[in-house]
Structures are given as C-alpha cells and as structure tokens.
Ligand binder design. Structure first.
Ligand SMILES: Cc1cc2nc3c(=O)[nH]c(=O)nc-3n(C[C@H](O)[C@H](O)[C@H](O)COP(=O)(O)OP(=O)(O)OC[C@H]3O[C@@H](n4cnc5c(N)ncnc54)[C@H](O)[C@@H]3O)c2cc1C
Ligand code: SF4
Length: 246
C-alpha cells in the first residue's frame, strides 16, 4: 500500500474544500471497497478525507412524500428502515441480497453507488485493463469470466457494475444530491449518473473530481408489487451474475 495522509472532516463544505485543495484526494466512508483497492495499489490516493463525521446518516421524509437518504446511512439501517421495507421493498430486498451482514453494517449508501467493478482482470494488476490503466487494453475481451456484461459494453470494456442497491434505486427513479468542490450543489437522476464505458471506461460516473455525495432522494412511493431477483453462485456473499429489479 502506498503512503497517504488522512483527515477527518465535520461538514460537507470542509470536505469539499479539502478535496479542492488536495488533487488526487479520495473520500472514504465504510472503506469496504476503497481499502481493498488501495492494498492492491489499484487505487493510490495521496490523501484520504474521512466523511464518517459529516452526520449524513439519517433517513428523512421529503415534503413531496418521498424519502431523503443520507450518504452515510449504512446498508443495514437502510434495509431495515420501516418506511423502506413498506414503501420501497425492492430496495430493502436488493440491499439484503448484497454482501454479508458484517459488510452491510459498515457499507454506506454513497460508497455502495461508487464501488468499483468486480471484473477479475481489473483486480489482476498483471493484466491489461482500460479501466485501471487507460489505453492498456482489455484482458476480459478474450478472457474468461461469467460476470461480464452483455449490454452496455464497448470495445474498450465489458465490465458490469456490481451494486445490487443501485439496480433497485434505478427502478425507483432515485436522485443523487451532491456538493461540488466550489460549493455548488446539484441533483443528478440515477439514470444519468453512470456513464457507458465507451472509449473512457475509467470514467464511471458524471461526478467531477472532489464532488461529494450528500444524499439520495426517492420520489413518493409508487405502490405495486416489488421484486428483486438476483442470480448468483451462492445464496449469500456472492455478486450477481444477473439481477433484475421490478
Ligand atoms: C466480500 C465482499 C462481497 C460483497 N458483495 C456485494 C454484493 O453482493 N452486492 C453489492 O452490492 N455489494 C457487495 N459488496 C460491496 C459493498 O457493498 C461495497 O464495498 C460497499 O457498499 C461500499 O461502501 P463503503 O461505504 O464501504 O465505500 P468505500 O469503500 O468507503 O468507498 C467506495 C467509493 O466511494 C467513494 N465515496 C464514499 N463516500 C462518498 C461520498 N459521500 N461522496 C463521494 N464519494 C464517496 C470513495 O471515495 C470510494 O471511491 C461486497 C464487498 C465485499 C468486500
Ligand atoms: S472489462 Fe473493463 S474492467 Fe475488465 S479488464 Fe476489460 S477494461 Fe478492465
């Protein structure tokens, strides 16, 4: 692991200012994905901004009748929330289909959205990977894996996004709230949040460097039947081969 500096922040403005002052800095929340990637030197931030003290860990009703989920709400707490279980059951089911109890206790809403692909060639630093090292090629195109994408691919990358939660949030028309390093705020529909790989698979979302997620908002409940179906190799602790939210 490369050496890095570490800072705890207490307000979104402080976090954004720190990101602005320190190019190459990364936010850290639960750390369940970022720390693994740092140990493998796939991610090498020179500065970590710990956002766990921002107080963004509540789930509040919105004036429109929806829910505003703080970026630091843990996956366990979101899945167990009475309103989520009743009105957004697809989200609760998707969360409970992901990872393990211990990981969900630590993993956060924002971190889950921004976790990186589980393509095995992305994790193997001896292999070419345009996402890890732009321009190096894609070992998966001629390689072997059961977890790659069949739609939304390009000649540069065929990786999938591994989040169960994001699939459910997409079907619920969730909106991501952010603060940019210059202090400006914006709302991004989840439908517009992720980029297709194209020729730049290392750019995974429309977030700009240092942009902090503060919350995810759900519109008023739509009712109906909520289904989350995940096909995987084991009943627990396995990423999806295919997942569907409806
Ligand atoms: C063994 C294992 C099995 C797993 N199985 C599944 C599974 O089946 N399904 C599934 O969906 N997930 C699975 N996961 C992934 C897990 O859900 C993610 O690691 C977790 O959700 C990431 O959240 P975190 O808070 O720990 O993020 P971190 O690791 O802290 O951060 C992840 C990324 O988000 C960024 N970030 C964090 N917070 C913010 C913020 N507020 N604003 C901007 N950027 C931010 C960080 O800079 C980093 O780039 C598994 C993980 C492991 C280790
Ligand atoms: S599919 Fe994407 S993540 Fe996997 S090796 Fe190819 S470029 Fe890298």
């Amino acid at each position: 692991m490369r050496a890095f500096t570490y800072q705890r922040v207490t307000t979104p403005a402080e976090a954004a200012a720190s990101a602005r002052q320190t190019p190459g800095a990364k936010f850290i929340a639960g750390g369940t994905n970022l720390l693994d990637l740092m140990k493998l030197e796939i991610e090498t931030p020179g500065h970590l901004i710990d956002v766990n003290g921002l107080g963004l860990d509540t789930i509040e009703p919105t004036p429109e009748g929806g829910l505003r989920i703080g970026a630091l709400v843990r996956n366990t707490d979101l899945a167990a929330d009475e309103r989520v279980r009743r009105d957004y059951a697809v989200l609760s089911r998707a969360l409970l289909a992901g990872a393990s109890g211990q990981l969900r206790n630590r993993a956060t809403t924002a971190g889950n959205l921004l976790q990186r692909t589980r393509c095995p060639y992305f994790y193997d630093t001896h292999q070419p990977c345009n996402k890890r090292l732009p321009g190096s090629g894609c070992a998966a195109l001629e390689g072997f894996s059961r977890q790659h994408a069949v739609v939304g691919v390009s000649d540069a990358c065929i990786a999938t996004h591994p989040s169960d939660m994001a699939v459910a949030m997409r079907v619920l028309d969730a909106v991501v709230e952010t603060v940019k390093p210059d202090g400006s705020e914006r709302h991004i529909a989840l439908d517009d949040f992720y980029r297709a790989p194209g020729t730049t698979p290392h750019l995974e979302t429309v977030l700009t460097p240092g942009e902090l997620i503060v919350a995810v908002t759900l519109p008023p409940p739509s009712g109906g039947t909520h289904i989350y179906r995940k096909v995987r190799d084991r009943a627990s602790y396995a990423f999806a081969l295919v997942s569907v939210a409806a």
